[in-house]
Design a protein around this ligand. Structure first.
Ligand code: KG4
Ligand code: ZN
Length: 383
């Protein structure tokens, strides 16, 4: 089975072709276009800007992906009449689609189109969903709607077909901080989530306070790396919000406020100094990763997890990875899946992975975006 997958839930435009043959999943080709340059100005993602960029990026990504997998040929085949109607709210994309299909056609069989339908930013999700609808008509294939969080969990299918269950997954990104209990391929339960900011958002916001760039995670991390805890110069004590609450929920907005207050209480010379900024970056990184790992351990022990899965952009954090490595030593019998950078951040390969174990098949008019989609669904891995 060959799946063309689409991801546009936040600010990355992803297109992949994945193949599942004899139970083995592999990516044939993939493209991800980041919008970081656009969102840098504001220090965060504005949905209307992101929607525009998805519309601009999606066809070049499709072309690259199809071309590198050898699925693209010159010469046009007629475009279904309904496409202008389907893309009536994505006018930039419609123009691109017309230009593209006037020049090229898909020369090999694709069995399904998979697309993220939620959770995510509504206008962004609709770009992917409407594009999937148009493509499904053009390619005459069904659509497999995909839950984005499930895709962050199921990336492991590229590495292993079956895992020991139950599994606990921690998804930490700019938009999510969620702990999911996976009891089977058809049973997912959200056991904890952030009550305010996501972990990545906390990095992004504190980086902004400190005058570092966007995205904040890598910026905080590189400054933190310059700090030597033996040479600590400042008295900084950041809180660990909700760490000891009895549930698995998170809260990061108080942490950002604590950073802001500390920053504002310093004199100009201090707050502009490289030493203060790198010590504060270190403290932020310590606090966020401390809370994440603490709750992950708590869930692992209390739910009797046999497998741990990490996902989302924050899992690229070196301190978090180091703490996870130490955690592995305490839980030697547990299998850990930590994604490579390409599978941690938003991309369409993981959407293809989730679709590859999903029996759902929808017609173009049956698929809708749902910004608040909960984790649900029936999935099986028998084939
Ligand atoms: O998964 P992702 O690419 O996009 C979504 O938010 O869905 O995650 C991006 C988030 C940003 O908030 C970014 O600051 C954070 O992940 N991030 C990091 C690191 N790299 C990216 N946070 C901490 N340390 C990093 N090295
Ligand atoms: Zn994501």
């Amino acid at each position: 089975m060959i799946i063309l997958s689409i991801e546009t839930s936040c600010d990355d435009t992803g297109i992949s072709l994945v193949e599942k043959r004899k139970g083995v999943l592999k990516a044939l080709a993939s493209t991800v276009s980041s919008q970081d340059e656009i969102h840098k100005k504001w220090g965060g993602v504005y949905p209307s800007d992101a929607k525009r960029e998805h519309q601009k990026n999606i066809i070049p990504s499709l072309r690259k992906t199809l071309q590198s997998a050898g699925f693209l040929s010159k010469g046009s085949v007629p475009m279904p009449k309904q496409i202008p109607e389907i893309l009536s709210r994505e006018t930039i994309l419609l123009r691109e689609v017309k230009k593209f299909f006037a020049k090229y056609h898909v020369s090999k069989k694709i069995d399904a189109v998979a697309v993220t339908i939620g959770p995510g930013l509504e206008p962004c999700l609709w770009v992917g969903v409407n594009f999937a609808r148009a493509l499904s008509l053009y390619l005459n294939t069904p659509i497999i709607p995909v839950n984005h969080i499930k895709a962050h969990i199921l990336f492991f299918l590229f590495e292993k077909k079956k895992i020991d269950l139950p599994a606990i997954a921690l998804i930490a990104s700019g938009g999510h901080t969620e702990l999911v209990l996976m009891k089977s391929f058809s049973s997912y339960k959200l056991i904890g989530k952030t009550r305010d900011d996501a972990a990545g958002e906390c990095f992004d916001k504190t980086a902004r306070v400190l005058g570092l760039g966007y995205p904040g995670g890598p910026a905080i991390s590189s400054r933190a790396g310059r700090f030597n805890p033996q040479k600590s110069k400042f008295e900084i004590k950041l809180p660990r919000p909700m760490k000891h609450a009895k549930n698995y929920d998170f809260s990061f907005s108080g942490l950002k406020t604590a950073v802001l207050y500390d920053f504002l209480s310093r004199n100009k010379k201090t707050k502009n100094s490289a030493e203060y900024i790198s010590q504060m970056a270190y403290e932020v990184e310590e606090a966020v990763t401390d809370i994440l790992v603490f709750k992950l351990k708590k869930a692992t022990e209390e739910k009797g997890a046999k497998t741990l899965i990490l996902g989302g952009g924050v899992t690229a954090n070196k301190t978090l990875q180091e703490k996870i490595r130490r955690m592995k030593k305490d839980f030697p019998e547990i299998d850990f899946f930590v994604p490579s950078a390409g599978h941690a951040t938003d991309n369409a390969e993981i959407i293809g992975a989730a679709a590859s174990v999903d029996k759902t098949r929808k017609k173009h008019h049956e698929v809708r975006a749902n910004a608040n989609l909960k984790i649900y669904g029936s999935i099986n891995t028998d084939d």
